[in-house]
Design a protein around this ligand. Structure first.
Ligand SMILES: Nc1ncnc2c1ncn2[C@@H]1O[C@H](COP(=O)(O)OP(=O)(O)OP(=O)(O)O)[C@@H](O)[C@H]1O
Ligand SMILES: [Mg+2]
Length: 248
């Protein structure tokens, strides 16, 4: 079953009346439930733009050529209000960004439970979920640290905990290992792989690292605002998952 399905996805950025950038030129993409997919391609090829559209952070252009379509779990996103889209984003999706995107003034735990707030979960329940998510990524003992008191790899693990805390069906990660050394990068990738295998979460990640791509089930390659080829095949399990317990 397709969990993410997009057709005729276009995005043109208008910098001035004469100066526009066609970041997406009509993309069709289908991602099956439980897949772990890498999006690869040169800088500027439209990977982040596509991720933002799939993650309901930006809307595709409605008025160039055939109407864009976007379905999440079979539900048409085009007909939903902004409010409904925000709810879907908060409850069904988790995001990880290259630069971690943590709030510097909040502790690791507070950063994680912020995602609970957005999903309408507060108080004790949020705290418990936050503590559990931090434990999952091996950071139970860093809950009270601010981002500046954590290493880069630890900050990214907090970001992964934040993405996972509401047990979303879909995780979208834009270069989640881009700012990490190869060891930390392998750790984050193994964590994502583990969640994908044990919970069937669908993971879409952008990467420039071919090893990361090889560890996924499938690589979608982009060039110049379009999808080039979709190579299907079993991903090589290039690394062992870390020994952390995953709650049901
Ligand atoms: N907000 C914006 N305003 C104008 N142009 C933009 C904007 N965001 C992206 N672009 C342009 O759209 C194109 C696609 O950008 P995008 O960020 O999707 O690329 P990318 O594949 O993620 O690249 P990278 O690997 O460098 O992150 C680029 O040419 C970029 O300059
Ligand atoms: Mg990008």
């Amino acid at each position: 079953m397709a969990i993410l399905e997009g057709r005729n996805l276009r995005k043109t950025y208008r910098l001035s009346r004469k100066n526009t950038v066609e970041a997406l030129k009509g993309v069709e993409v289908v991602i099956e439930k439980g897949e772990m997919v890498a999006i690869m391609g040169p800088s500027g090829s439209g990977k982040s733009t596509l991720m933002h559209i799939l993650g309901l952070l930006h809307a595709p252009d409605p008025n160039h050529g055939p109407a864009p379509e976007l379905y999440i779990g079979g539900e048409n996103m085009a007909s939903l209000s902004d409010n409904a889209r925000t709810k879907i984003r908060a409850r069904r999706m988790g995001f990880v960004f290259q630069d971690f995107n943590l709030v510097p003034t909040l502790t690791a735990l507070e950063n994680v439970t912020l995602a609970c707030d957005y999903a309408g979960i507060g108080g004790k329940q949020a705290k418990q979920a936050g503590v559990a998510a931090l434990a999952l990524v091996g950071l139970a003992d860093r809950a009270d640290h601010k981002p500046s008191e954590l290493s880069g790899g630890e900050q990214q693990r907090v970001a992964v905990a934040r993405a996972l805390v509401n047990k979303p069906e879909i995780i979208l990660a834009d270069e989640p290992t881009g700012n990490l050394d190869s060891e930390r990068s392998a750790e984050i990738l193994a964590l994502l792989r583990q969640f994908n295998r044990e919970h069937g979460q669908t993971i879409v990640l952008v990467t420039h690292d071919s090893e990361v791509g090889e560890a996924c089930d499938r690589v979608i390659r982009m060039r110049d605002g379009r999808i080039r080829t979709a190579i299907t095949g079993a991903g090589a399990p290039v690394m062992a998952a870390p020994a952390v317990a995953v709650p049901a």
